[in-house]
Write a protein that binds this ligand. Structure first.
Ligand code: SAM
Length: 225
């Protein structure tokens, strides 16, 4: 089984943080076959096997995925992040809590986004994407028109794309990228709704950091049209 990293060339974020102990690395290697999605499995995922199918892109340490999966054991949660340390934390949580309904793609989402069946997901979550605030780094931002085309394909009709950010550049970027699209409707439209975090999504590391520093976290909800 191939472990990380697979897409070294075009991935801009951090791959590894602090050194992971050899015990944890071994644990991940030993159990990854159970939780890691293989590319050829993706198109075989069955549409109606679970009540809902939810994708979280850039799960960080995976705390929200763990919480959602425990609350909704009949749903399938697919988490994707190319950050090794976060993936190891998620694998440990899955083992400790004996979670059965999370699958991990431990790499760049672009490598698999086209492999999912069309209309597969009920929800796609992108919580606090990297803002890449400098103009010269615009291309590094995750949310781009082509990426939104792909997300639209794999979302069910009326499925929701939920994005949150505490960064003013990313806030404008999300709106700029989505308001031109007829295949996504901005729901709960308008200023007053932006900050309502759904009760089923918990505060992640980046959300907590933003709130501790008194930054507003904006939540955007787009429905596939
Ligand atoms: C700012 S962090 C937010 C993490 C987490 N959602 C939170 O709120 O704490 C953004 C995360 O997105 C991941 N990421 C960025 N681009 C990605 C990509 N193309 N595919 C998969 N993960 C990606 C990064 O590795 C990082 O963990």
């Amino acid at each position: 089984m191939q472990l990380f990293p697979r897409n070294e060339k075009n991935f801009y974020g951090r791959r590894k943080g602090r050194k992971v102990s050899s015990t944890i690395s071994k644990l991940v290697e030993d159990y990854s076959y159970k939780f890691y999605l293989q590319e050829d499995q993706i198109c075989k995922l069955k549409l109606h096997e679970n009540e809902k199918n939810i994708l979280e892109i850039g799960f960080g340490n995976g705390e929200n995925l763990v919480n959602m999966s425990l609350n909704k054991p009949n749903d399938l949660f697919i988490g994707c992040d190319a950050y090794y340390n976060g993936c190891t934390k998620l694998v440990r949580q899955i083992l400790n809590k004996n979670i059965k309904n999370i699958k991990i793609w431990p790499d760049d989402i672009h490598l698999i986004i086209k492999k999912f069946k069309k209309n597969f997901f009920d929800f796609i979550l992108i919580i606090q994407p990297d803002p890449w605030p400098k103009k010269k780094h615009k291309k590094r931002r995750l949310i781009q028109q082509k990426f939104l085309d792909d997300l639209n394909q794999i979302l069910k009709f009326k499925g929701e794309l939920i994005i949150s950010t505490d960064h003013k550049v990313m806030k404008s970027w999300v709106l700029e990228q989505l308001h031109v699209r007829e295949d996504f409707l901005w729901i709960k439209n308008g200023y007053y709704y932006q900050n309502k975090q759904p009760e089923w999504i918990i505060n992640t590391k980046y959300t907590k950091k933003a709130l501790q520093n008194n930054r507003v976290v904006n939540w955007f909800f787009f429905k596939k049209n």
